[in-house]
Design a binder for this molecule. Structure first.
Ligand code: 5AD
Ligand code: SF4
Length: 441
């Protein structure tokens, strides 16, 4: 008989929501890896199931409870199965999760992930949703698992903006930036292990002001220094706030070749009245002027945004203002959401619009952004672009990667290798991807 204690334990992680969570899940897997856990894709064979949750919209957090309900038979069959809830719902609801779902063993907020292994070892029911003073990044093991030639690097966390609809300032806490020297060291390490593209992450990434040589560095300074790292071919960052889009960062888009021509810059609404009620602290006109300055620095930049429709008090006129802004800017990509009241936020106090009004507006807006996205994709046909191969495609001889402008591209290239940066010509477009062939020579 084999000794079952010698078998590595299996960890299944389900990630909801944003890229920040994708990155956090990887880091938690690494922290648990140091304690002998290996990750599995098969929930049924896991010794521990960890749900890394998102609280940003109601649907996202409801999903947690329905998924937990579905874990009941698994826990009944294996009472030793550990079930953990991480992420922003964990932060917002804490011990309430244990009360509502007694099958849960541990609840861990985003600032306490480095404590996860000791929580698991401690056993019993544990809740840790502190905002500890120590930096979790100092306590997490060095990056191990790399998924191909692209990597995320968290440079900043939290948000001080307090948009009236948003839970992030409550669940992720105040803005904190990581020191520049650490980030440069981490980036060099990633590149030495084959990474060629780094996406800098932060809830408010362009508010970055980490300690660096000679005082606090801006995101632009960090980008410029990263561009000096040999072998790092591409730099991206997300998500930005319009009010933190400083001149030096706009200038970097014009003169740092490694900084890719794609910018996700959420505006949320095109109505000044609604922007004010949302506490966004900028007008539609200011956003449009900002876009002009960014396009002056980098004319081919592809712009992306988030929109909320049906915010309390939004009239047909306000909605038309949003549609006008979309028509004026022309977004290559856009994410749109129906307003959902989040407990504890100022907007949640206000009366909501009838669901059918919000639904109809969402459909109208999505039709426009889909049309713009399709036009932007079609405009790529015949153009030459750079593509970084991330993996082999489903068809034989096909490679899949992202263009400089973050389009998904399928390239017919039997000689292609993962990690190669190639020039290709786009041959066809669909709404979500491009087809291309390599340029010879
Ligand atoms: N309702 C709907 N959408 C929201 N978002 C954030 N909070 C809410 C909410 N309460 C959207 C915003 C943000 C994106 C990440 O999620 O558009 O930019
Ligand atoms: Fe939320 Fe606004 Fe902060 Fe973005 S800037 S995380 S929408 S509060």
């Amino acid at each position: 008989m084999t000794d079952s204690t010698a078998m590595p334990k299996k960890l299944f992680i389900k990630t909801y929501g944003c890229q920040m969570n994708v990155y956090d899940s990887e880091r938690m897997a690494e922290a648990m890896g140091a304690k002998g856990y290996v990750t599995t894709e098969v929930q049924e064979e896991a010794d521990m199931v960890l749900l890394n949750t998102c609280h940003i919209r109601e649907k996202a957090s409801e999903k947690l409870y329905s998924d937990l309900g579905r874990l009941r038979p698994l826990k009944a069959a294996n009472p030793d199965l550990k079930i953990g809830v991480a992420g922003c719902v964990a932060q917002a609801e804490g011990a309430e999760i244990l009360r509502r779902m007694p099958l849960v063993d541990l609840v861990v907020g985003p600032q306490s992930y480095h404590r996860l292994p000791e929580m698991v070892e401690a056993g019993g029911k544990v809740v840790d949703t502190d905002f500890p003073t120590e930096d979790k990044f100092d306590h997490l093991p060095a990056r191990k698992a790399l998924r191909g030639p692209t990597a995320f690097l968290t440079v900043q966390e939290g948000c001080d903006k307090f948009c009236a609809f948003c839970v992030v300032p409550y669940t992720r806490g105040a803005e904190v930036s990581r020191p520049a020297a650490r980030l440069l060291a981490e980036a060099r390490d990633l590149v030495s292990r084959g990474v060629r593209e780094i996406t800098l992450l932060g809830q408010n990434v362009n508010a970055y002001h980490g300690a660096g040589e000679g005082g606090d560095w801006t995101l632009a300074r960090l980008v410029r220094e990263l561009a000096q790292v040999d072998g790092l071919e591409r730099i991206r960052y997300t998500t930005s706030h319009p009010n933190d889009m400083e001149d030096d960062l706009i200038a970097a888009h014009g003169d740092v070749p490694q900084l890719m021509p794609y910018l996700h810059l959420p505006v949320q609404s095109g109505s000044d009245r609604i922007l004010k009620a949302m506490n966004r602290k900028h007008t539609a006109e200011q956003y449009l002027r900002l876009i002009e300055r960014i396009r002056a620095a980098r004319p081919d930049i592809l712009l992306s945004s988030d929109f909320i429709v049906g915010f309390p008090g939004e009239t047909d006129r306000d909605f038309e203002d949003t549609m006008d802004l979309i028509r004026t800017v022309g977004f290559g990509q856009a994410f749109s959401f129906k307003y959902s009241a989040r407990p504890g936020t100022p907007a949640a106090e206000k009366p909501e619009l009838p669901a059918e009004v919000a639904d109809a507006r969402l459909q109208t807006l999505q039709a426009l952004v889909t049309q713009q996205q399709r036009a932007a994709q079609d405009a790529m046909v015949g153009r030459e672009v750079g593509v970084l191969y991330e993996k082999a495609g489903r068809l034989p001889g096909q490679m899949v990667g992202k263009s400089d402008h973050l389009h998904a591209v399928h390239v017919a290239d039997p000689a292609g290798q993962v990690g190669q940066l190639v020039r290709v010509r786009v041959t066809a477009a669909s709404t979500n991807s491009l087809a291309a062939e390599p340029l010879l020579g």
